[in-house]
Design a protein around this ligand. Structure first.
Ligand SMILES: Nc1ncnc2c1ncn2[C@@H]1O[C@H](COP(=O)(O)OP(=O)(O)OP(=O)(O)O)[C@@H](O)[C@H]1O
Ligand SMILES: O=P(O)(O)OC[C@H]1O[C@H](OP(=O)(O)OP(=O)(O)O)[C@H](O)[C@@H]1O
Length: 216
């Protein structure tokens, strides 16, 4: 029995579609009335756990799930001890620095020393400003990070940008990209090495499905 940890939110639909293309059906997680956090595929050969995006690597690192699907951004932020297997190609976004469009800042180095930067990605943000040798205070938030500069709580944010619509509608502009992100397939290192429970076959099928443009 293979167990896969799936992220709630933005990546869920594409993750379920990908697994469906290799014969595992977890579409019950897309039903808004569903409250089950663990479901069996109808064939009884695989199980899925529905977890918060940032918790996917936790279940994989500790071996409760042999496989997981998670954004590269989360892997950069959390640095979990998991095997990185495959870029799945969906969930494209980037981690960027953004400021109020009306501010004078046009690159990270324009920000004032000891200014505040709000982010859900505190480690990535800290690393970015440390590399620039610019001392800033990183203010940890859990969401709606754009409110930092809008309310005057912070000069800047480090947050995910995809279409750019959220920034635009909140009067912010992107001034620097830290890195690009897509969804990744990760594995529990020991399970991957032992290739137990048909894991190698499932990984090969996922690889094939990702390389084949049209999924059924
Ligand atoms: N706007 C977006 N467009 C495309 N992919 C995104 C977007 N926002 C986030 N992602 C990707 O989806 C993953 C999950 O993001 P999502 O916004 O669903 O959850 P979250 O808000 O990070 O998690 P939680 O709600 O548990 O705090 C991110 O780690 C990223 O890889
Ligand atoms: O560039 P866009 O396509 O507008 O997408 C970017 C938005 O998506 C994510 O927010 P999410 O929906 O996860 O909300 P939260 O992080 O604020 O909780 C991210 O934090 C941005 O706010």
């Amino acid at each position: 029995m293979i167990t896969v940890a799936l992220p709630k939110g933005s990546l869920l639909r594409d993750s379920i579609e990908l697994l469906k293309s290799i014969g595992f059906d977890f579409s019950a997680f897309l039903d808004s009335s569903n409250r089950q956090l663990q479901i069996l595929d109808p064939t009884g050969t695989a199980k899925a756990l529905l977890v918060r995006a940032q918790d996917v690597p936790v279940y994989v690192q500790y071996g409760q799930a042999q496989l997981g699907i998670v954004g590269y951004d989360v892997l950069r932020e959390k640095q979990p001890q998991v095997s990185h297997l495959l870029d799945l190609g969906f969930g494209g976004c980037r981690l960027s620095v953004a400021v109020k469009a009306s501010s004078p800042y046009r690159r990270s180095l324009d920000l004032p020393a000891h200014g505040r930067v709000a982010s859900k990605f505190v480690h990535c943000a800290r690393d970015h400003f440390r590399q620039l040798d610019l001392p800033v205070e990183i203010v940890p938030l859990y969401g709606s990070v754009e409110l930092g500069p809008i309310t005057g709580m912070s000069e800047a944010i480090v947050d995910l940008v995809s279409t750019g619509r959220t920034l635009k509608e909140n009067g912010l502009i992107e001034i620097e990209i830290l890195f690009e992100s897509t969804a990744r397939l990760i594995a529990h290192p020991l399970s991957y090495r032992l290739a137990s429970d048909g894991l190698d076959r499932a990984i090969a099928q996922i690889r094939e499905a990702v390389l084949t443009p049209a999924r059924s």
